[in-house]
Write a protein that binds this ligand. Structure first.
Ligand SMILES: Nc1ncnc2c1ncn2[C@@H]1O[C@H](COP(=O)(O)OP(=O)(O)OP(=O)(O)O)[C@@H](O)[C@H]1O
Length: 344
C-alpha cells in the first residue's frame, strides 16, 4: 500500500501525549491527584468530569485523522485542546516537534493565523461582510492589502463552487452555502493544519456528500494535515486515513477503517462498525498474494474491494495487483468476491 496520504511513514506533524481535560469547580485539584488516582471514579468522587482522559496519539504530516464517538465522548473537547481553544489540564502537544502548550499568547495567535484553519458546525460568518469579504478576512488580518486578499479569496470561492455569489451577504445564503464560505475562509491562509468539528452535520445528505467530495479533492491537490470530528462513521470512513474512537473521554482504538472493522479492540468498537460492509474497507493489498510480476495494468493495491467490484465482475481467475507502475501481487477473484458477500 502506498504511504502517501496515510500519514504512515510520514514525519509526525502532531504528537499528543497524555492529554487530560478535566472540568469541574476545582479542576486544579486534578493535578494534585497522584497518577494512579486519576481514574474516572476518583474524579467523579471529587466532583470532576474527565472530558478527555489520557489521550496519546501521533498524526502524520498529510494524514486525514478522524475523531469519532458517541455524543459526550469528548471529541470536541479533544479537538479544542489541540488548537488550545481549550487549555488541556495535563499532557503535551507538539506540532512538528514544537511544544504548543508553551507558546505565549502572541505566538499562539500567530500559529493559529498562519498555520491553522478551523471550521465549526456553526458557520460563524461575519454578517456584515459579503462572501468575498468573509473569505478575505483572515488575509486582511494578516496585513495583506485588500485587493490582493480579495483576489486570493475569489480563487477559493471558485474552488468551493460559490462563483457568482461573492457579493451576497451570509443571510442571503443557504446553510450549505454558508458552510462552503466557512471552508473557503479556513483555507485562505493555506494552513498546514486543518481542524474541522462536525463541519457537515447540519447539512442535508446531498450537500454533505458534495462537501465531503470537495474535502477529498482539496486534499489531493494541496496535502495538509487534517483532524476532524464526526459522529458519522460513514463520513469518517470516506474521508479519514485513520480513525480514533472515543468512549467516555478515552480513546479506545486508533486504526485505519479496515483495522477497525477487521480487528475491533473492544465490543464497543465492534458494535460501532458492525454495519460497515467489509468490502468497503478491506483493501486489495490485504488479501492479495504477494508475488511480483511483469503486468503493468490490473487492480490498484490501495483500492478497496468495493472500488474494484466492476473489474471483479468482468474478471476470470486472478487479477494482477499494481502499486505505482509495478505488479506486486495477484488478487484471487473468489477471495475478493467472498469479502463482498461476507460479514466479518
Ligand atoms: N465547559 C464544560 N464544562 C463542564 N463539562 C463540560 C464542558 N464541556 C464539555 N463538558 C463535558 O465533557 C464531556 C465531553 O464533551 P464534548 O463536547 O467534548 O463531547 P462530544 O463527543 O464532542 O459530544 P457531541 O458529539 O455531543 O458534540 C461531556 O460529558 C460534556 O458534558
Amino acid at each position: 500500500m502506498s504511504d502517501i496520504g496515510t500519514g504512515r511513514g510520514a514525519p509526525t506533524a502532531i504528537d499528543a501525549k497524555g492529554i487530560w481535560k478535566v472540568f469541574g469547580r476545582d479542576a486544579g485539584a486534578f493535578n494534585r491527584l497522584p497518577l494512579q488516582a486519576r481514574t474516572p471514579e476518583t474524579l467523579m468522587a471529587v466532583g470532576l468530569v474527565g472530558a478527555v482522559q489520557d489521550a496519546t496519539f501521533q498524526i502524520g504530516r498529510g494524514e486525514v485523522f478522524a475523531i469519532m464517538g458517541l455524543s459526550g465522548s469528548g471529541k470536541s473537547t479533544l479537538l479544542r485542546c489541540l488548537t488550545r481553544l481549550i487549555e488541556p489540564t495535563a499532557g503535551e502537544i507538539a506540532f512538528n516537534g514544537r511544544d504548543i502548550l508553551k507558546l505565549g499568547d502572541k505566538e499562539l495567535v500567530d500559529l493559529r493565523r498562519q498555520r491553522m484553519g478551523m471550521v465549526f458546525q456553526h458557520f460563524a460568518l461575519l454578517p456584515n461582510r459579503t462572501v468575498v469579504g468573509n473569505v478575505a478576512f483572515p488575509l486582511e488580518v494578516q496585513g495583506m492589502p485588500r485587493v490582493e486578499a480579495e483576489r486570493r479569496a475569489m480563487e477559493l470561492i471558485e474552488t468551493v463552487g460559490l462563483k457568482g455569489r461573492e457579493t451576497r451577504f451570509p443571510a442571503q445564503l443557504s446553510g450549505g452555502q454558508q458552510q462552503r464560505v466557512g471552508i473557503a475562509r479556513s483555507l485562505t491562509t493555506n494552513p498546514e493544519f486543518w481542524f474541522l468539528d462536525e463541519p457537515f452535520s447540519a447539512l442535508d445528505p446531498l450537500i454533505r456528500a458534495d462537501l465531503q467530495a470537495e474535502v477529498l479533492r482539496l486534499q489531493q491537490t494541496q496535502t495538509r494535515t487534517v483532524i476532524f470530528v464526526t459522529h458519522d462513521l460513514d463520513e469518517a470512513i470516506r474521508l479519514a486515513d485513520r480513525i480514533a474512537i472515543m468512549e467516555a473521554g478515552r480513546i479506545i482504538q486508533i486504526g485505519t477503517p479496515e483495522e477497525l472493522v477487521t480487528q475491533p479492540a473492544t465490543d464497543y468498537v465492534r458494535r460501532f462498525v458492525a454495519k460497515v460492509p467489509p468490502a468497503r474497507v478491506v483493501r486489495v493489498a490485504s488479501i492479495m498474494t504477494v508475488e511480483p510480476g511483469p503486468a503493468t495494468a490490473g487492480v490498484n493495491a490501495d483500492a478497496t474491494i468495493a472500488d474494484i467490484a466492476p473489474q471483479l465482475v468482468a474478471a476470470e481467475g486472478r487479477l494482477p495487483v499494481i502499486d505505482g507502475a509495478r505488479q506486486v501481487g495477484w488478487l484471487d477473484r473468489s477471495a475478493a468476491l467472498a469479502t463482498l458477500a461476507v460479514r466479518i
